[in-house]
Design a protein around this ligand. Structure first.
Ligand code: NAD
Ligand code: TYD
Length: 349
């Protein structure tokens, strides 16, 4: 009998890449994509796998404990890969309670449902989390799996809380689990509220490029397909009860990244070099803005043999090409509610 794997948030940015990898590489599994299709979820992201025999979509909200229990009773999952979340730091600053409800209560609903109906012996509950739970770094050092949690934004606090619940269910109820904390992802299908796709969208529309503060904050960028490969390795071979850090060893100051993006965009859309850079506008900084994230991924590399497969130059070009070749996707996701969001977030900044 085929094993049922529930992937939550499979219609989102990272989730769609994880669903694609699992549907294509594991025909022996049935992959159930459980997603509420919020503003960030989009089934267009999965057009290429939607007709595969081992793929099922279930529209459900993880905040709804009864609905989640009923779905878990129906599928009796061998495993869960949990990605559904409110994921944007700026939105968490405007509306922290929504982040508690989805990221904390939603995760606990999934844990309870897995405990009641999932394979508590051989199976596995995998929580996909962020390096932001560790807080912020100065100019030196990297986060390891032993770095104490010190979240600074409502988003990272909600992810930290959900990480703690997953660990607590392992200790208290012996739930088989793994957890990973990953740095910033980039790639196709990334919602244009986040830095890279927002800047691509604004460059193509000749709109100001809003860089927070002085632009000297540092992020470590990993190609999303390499994150999905790491999730595959950890889900199948990670040690029960363990946490793994995932990162790209690829640190960029925001302003340098935006300038590099402008130069590539100028070349690709036939603008004179230096033209898009003129759109850069420094705006009021994000409240509680973490200065630097950097990841020590040596546990994952040494224990499970994972390493990034795509160099940044190559992944960045591929990403930009995807947006330029899929402008109808960008037009679709930036119509409607996005316009109101953009105005609220940036008009008076
Ligand atoms: P995303 O915002 O693009 O997608 C989130 C998905 O979750 C969407 O499909 C949305 O419809 C779904 N969702 C939201 N609320 C839901 C609810 N109440 N019930 C059911 N589904 C719901 O997010 P992403 O960037 O793909 O991130 C996925 C996961 O990875 C998140 O848990 C995030 O914390 C984590 N993560 C993200 C990054 C990153 O760089 N984007 C890095 C590390 C970890
Ligand atoms: P973001 O993509 O929101 O990811 P995170 O906050 O989870 O790291 O932001 C990446 C960096 O880019 C972060 O330092 C904030 C900055 N940023 C801007 O300068 N301007 C923007 O419009 C956005 C969305 C982000």
């Amino acid at each position: 009998m085929s094993k049922n794997i529930i992937i939550t948030g499979g219609a989102g940015f990272i989730g769609s890449h994880v669903v694609r990898l699992f549907v294509n590489q594991y025909p022996e599994y049935t992959i159930i994509n459980l997603d509420a299709l919020t503003y960030a979820g989009n089934l267009e992201n999965l057009k290429d796998v939607q007709d595969k025999p081992n793929y099922v979509f279930e529209k459900a909200d993880i905040r709804d404990a009864e609905a989640i229990d009923a779905l878990f009773a129906k599928y009796k999952p061998f495993g869960v890969i949990h990605l559904a979340a409110e994921s944007h730091v700026d939105r968490s600053i405007s509306n922290p309670t929504e982040f508690v409800m989805t990221n904390v209560v939603g995760t606990v609903n999934l844990l309870n449902a897995f405990r009641a109906h999932g394979d508590m012996k051989e199976g596995r509950f995998y929580h996909v989390s962020t390096d932001e739970v560790y807080g912020t770094l100065g100019d030196d050092g990297k986060f390891t799996e032993n770095t104490p949690y010190s979240p600074n934004s409502p988003y990272s606090a909600s992810k930290a809380a959900s990480d703690h619940f997953v660990r607590a269910y392992h200790e208290t109820y012996h739930m088989p689990m793994v957890l990973s904390n990953c740095s910033n992802n980039y790639g196709s299908h990334h919602f244009p509220e986040k830095l890279i796709p927002l800047m691509i969208n604004n460059i193509r529309n000749n709109k100001p490029l809003p860089v927070y503060g002085k632009g000297d904050n540092v992020r470590d960028w990993l190609y999303v397909v390499d994150h999905a490969r790491a999730i595959d390795a950890i889900f199948h071979r990670g040690k029960n009860g363990h946490t793994y850090n995932i990162g790209g060893n690829n640190e960029w100051k925001n302003i340098d990244l935006v300038k590099a993006l402008c130069a590539i965009m100028d070349r690709k859309i036939g603008r004179p070099q230096g033209e898009s850079e003129k759109l850069i506008t420094y705006v009021t900084d994000r409240a509680g803005h973490d200065y630097r994230y950097a990841i020590d991924a040596s546990k994952l590399m040494n224990e499970l043999g994972w390493e990034p497969s795509v160099a940044f130059d190559e992944g960045f070009e591929k990403t930009i090409d995807w947006y330029l070749n899929n402008q109808e996707w960008l037009d679709h996701v930036t119509s409607g509610a996005y316009q109101g969001y953009y105005k609220d977030m940036y008009a008076s900044r």
